[in-house]
Design a protein around this ligand. Structure first.
Ligand SMILES: [Zn+2]
Length: 318
């Protein structure tokens, strides 16, 4: 916990320089410190990536990973040269937590519950405080799954017309990420149990995902979300064709990009959120002396039962 005087200092720092901050909504309650740790780790992953991508000469192992995920080496990008580094650098400007608990001015706000959102009679999801309507295209695929727990969305970011980018950590995922059981079992219906059952099937999910996908999972998911924000430049989930998530799929996106000449901005995985989050995660592992293999496995393999058992969803959306 920050001391009171330190909190005031940070608040003044953020307000006086219109230097941007991130905030954690009150609704995170006892999870506040956990979310802060995850967010700080996510910003640290981005900062390490920037340091390594701008190092001259670049670590060859990192350049190889970059080429797998983006089709070209760091130096030989034909289009969007330096794009990733520049966008990741922008995250550094909001990497300071605003210590204020209230509704401080902010660029990104993390939410742990959907209390501010209500589904009204017209079937749309509203922000109760601002009457902002969450986009219809997101309702069935994402908000609903986060709000009603009908499929395993981990987290979702929206960029309202006014105000900060909102990063919603889905409540069920937060509980899973903490490795704790739901606090309120009465609120869980049968459909939710279906979603949870799928979350804990490591054997099946390992068919779709690789160890690098699970590593740094909570911070990697938060970094994935941060790349969707205004501040980063609004990277997207490029799932057409294919899926935008996971090592195998991201390598596939790089192949598609290169098969069309490596010049089409709309296909450049430097705009795909999960490619970016995976790169940052892989760079951190490389710096730590772990080799990320072509098949997404790690050498030496990382043995962390909690991550292995709890954190492998079969399908996920973020
Ligand atoms: Zn996403």
């Amino acid at each position: 916990m920050l001391s009171r005087s330190l909190q005031i200092f940070f608040t003044l720092t953020c307000l006086s320089l219109p230097l941007y901050c991130y905030t954690i909504d009150n609704d995170c309650g006892v999870d506040r410190d956990f979310v802060q740790q995850g967010a700080d780790d996510a910003f640290a992953l981005a900062a390490t990536a920037v340091a390594e991508l701008t190092r001259n000469p670049i670590n060859p192992a990192i350049d190889v990973i970059f080429q797998k995920l983006f089709g070209q080496t760091v130096a030989n990008r034909i289009t969007n040269k330096d794009l990733l580094e520049v966008n990741l650098m922008k995250l550094a400007t909001i990497s300071q937590l605003d210590g204020a608990i209230g509704q401080a001015d902010t660029d990104v706000r993390f939410y742990c519950t959907t209390k501010r959102i209500e589904k009204r009679d017209d079937g749309q999801y509203y922000n109760k405080d601002t009457d902002y309507v969450y986009p219809e295209s997101e309702i069935t695929s994402r908000w609903a799954s986060c709000f009603d727990l009908i499929e395993p969305t981990l987290a979702i970011t929206t960029n309202p017309d006014r105000g900060p980018s909102e990063i919603q950590i889905c409540p069920w995922y937060l509980s899973k990420a903490r490795g704790v059981k739901f606090r309120d079992f009465k609120s869980i219906n049968a459909i939710t149990w279906g979603a949870l059952a799928r979350v804990s099937m490591p054997l099946v999910s390992s068919f779709f995902y690789t160890p690098i996908d699970a590593f740094h999972l909570f911070d990697k998911v938060l970094l994935h979300e941060l790349t969707h924000t205004y501040q980063f430049g609004r990277a997207i989930d490029m799932g057409n064709p294919g899926s935008p998530y996971g090592w195998k799929n991201c390598k596939g996106l790089a192949n598609i990009f290169m098969a069309t000449g490596g010049t089409d901005n709309n296909l450049d995985p430097q705009w795909n959120s999960d490619s970016i989050a995976l790169l940052c995660s892989a760079i951190q592992l490389t710096v730590n002396g772990i080799t990320v293999q072509d098949d997404g496995k790690l050498n030496p393999p990382q043995r962390n039962r909690k991550r292995d058992v709890v954190m492998y969803p079969v399908t996920w959306v973020a």
